[in-house]
Write a protein that binds this ligand. Structure first.
Ligand code: SF4
Ligand code: SF4
Length: 56
């Protein structure tokens, strides 16, 4: 299962910098994950200060 980013996201960008496959981009009001590219490594969840990324 791919990861998804919840509305708790504060758009800090930390997760995008950590994603090994470049699946995370800035969206409208929060960052978003391209689920077709995500390999579910969990790196984004590990660096997020508000716990927004989670496995869907
Ligand atoms: Fe990128 Fe890994 Fe997060 Fe998927 S789980 S969006 S591959 S950092
Ligand atoms: Fe949003 Fe967390 Fe990613 Fe920062 S690390 S952009 S708060 S999901």
């Amino acid at each position: 299962m791919a990861y998804q980013i919840s509305d708790a996201c504060i758009s800090c960008g930390a997760c995008a910098a950590e994603c090994p496959v470049g699946a995370i981009t800035e969206g409208d009001g929060k960052y978003v994950i391209d689920e077709s590219a995500c390999i579910s490594c969990g790196s984004c969840a590990g660096v997020c200060p508000v716990g927004a990324p989670a496995e869907a």
